[in-house]
Write a protein that binds this ligand. Structure first.
Ligand code: GFB
Length: 318
């Protein structure tokens, strides 16, 4: 398929390159004939408007992908509302305005499917945005993400900027955060189940009831979808990115137990929140454009566990 926006010869700035998504973008963009630039965190605090304006003016990228965010799982989201709202608002506003000032040709802003109403009809279509109340455990994060994706739409209308937005479903993969207090469910369960296996513990504790349904996308699939959208999409509507498949948290735990080789049982701490009951993205628009995810959940989990053993599990065993 011929790209509407060709990356060959372009300079692409990946904001948030040290994160799981940023790392996957660097791996994926290495296959394109473009130059990738990144801003060291020690030099540019993305919440600092002057620093971001100055960096963008000096770096002069042709294309910007905003993968920078203050992120975390259900507990971090509910206990650090100010960080999740302020950091993400500031990063989104600074990067988008800096890109406009620097004459950036193309910008892709990354949202999250938690922008949708808690009880949106499933699978969730893009038009469900702002049709009902948000899930309380992540409304702070969601509001910052909604404001930023609306900035992209507003800049397109008012200034004619080719700024687009997309929201991935729950992500996992190499480079994830395995800290149990702030992690999302897959890295948290991987770390807990692995620890139980190596210590011969009989049980692993899960949060909530195990009944919520989630859709999980491998981060390398996400990076591929993002590059696809940069090349082929140019419009105001924010685009869903997912697999179109869902699994309950209980079944996810069983799958992880098989992948890791844990024969014990799971206990549920019902004092911890379930969060939104179901969150399945409608990915018909992206599929109609010609992109679909290639990793199965089981294979993606196995590859992520192999990475974990090489990079994190060693420390857990010690
Ligand atoms: O991945 P997670 O933290 O975030 O939790 P959300 C997903 C589900 O897994 C919830 C359950 O129902 C949790 O209760 N769960 C079970 C666990 N055991 C655990 C555990 O040990 N750790 C964790 N973290 N969960 C986040 C949002 O929502 O999803 C963010 O808070 C963002 O804003 C992100 O949108 C993608 O899927 O509930």
């Amino acid at each position: 398929m011929t790209a509407r926006y060709a990356l060959a010869g372009k300079t692409v700035y990946v904001a948030g390159h040290t994160g799981m998504v940023g790392g996957a973008l660097l791996r994926r963009l290495a296959r394109e004939a473009c130059t990738v630039v990144t801003a060291p965190r020690s030099e540019v605090d993305l919440r600092d408007q002057a620093a971001v304006f100055d960096w963008m003016r000096r770096a002069r990228p042709d294309c910007v992908i905003v993968a920078a965010a203050t992120v975390g799982g259900i507990l971090a989201n509910s206990t650090r509302p100010a960080d999740f709202l302020y950091d993400n608002l500031a990063m989104g506003a600074n990067l988008i305005e800096a890109a406009r000032r620097a004459g950036v040709e193309k910008l892709l802003y990354l949202g999250s499917t938690c922008i949708y109403p808690r009880l949106a009809p499933q699978p969730i279509v893009e038009e469900a945005l702002l049709t009902g109340p948000l899930e309380p455990t992540n409304e702070w994060y969601a509001i910052a993400k909604i404001a930023s994706l609306k900035l992209c739409a507003a800049y397109r209308r008012q200034y004619g900027c080719d700024f687009i937005a997309a929201q991935p479903t729950n992500l996992y993969g190499p480079g994830d955060n395995f800290n149990l207090e702030s992690a999302h469910v897959i890295p948290a369960l991987m770390a807990k189940i692995h620890a139980a296996k190596v210590t011969n513990a009989p049980a692993v504790e899960l949060w909530g009831t195990g009944t919520p349904l989630r859709e999980f996308l491998h981060v390398d699939d996400l990076a591929d979808a993002l590059v696809f959208l940069v090349q082929h999409y140019s419009d105001e509507l924010h685009i869903n990115i997912g697999t179109g498949e869902e699994i309950s948290i209980g079944d996810l735990a069983s799958t992880l137990a098989e992948v890791i080789g844990f024969g014990g049982v799971f206990r549920y701490d019902r004092g911890k929140p379930d969060g939104t009951p179901r969150k399945l993205a409608d990915v018909a628009r992206l599929q109609a454009m010609g992109w679909r995810a290639s990793s199965s959940l089981r294979d993606g989990l196995a590859r992520t566990y192999a990475w974990y053993l090489q990079n994190v599990g060693v420390a857990v065993r010690a």
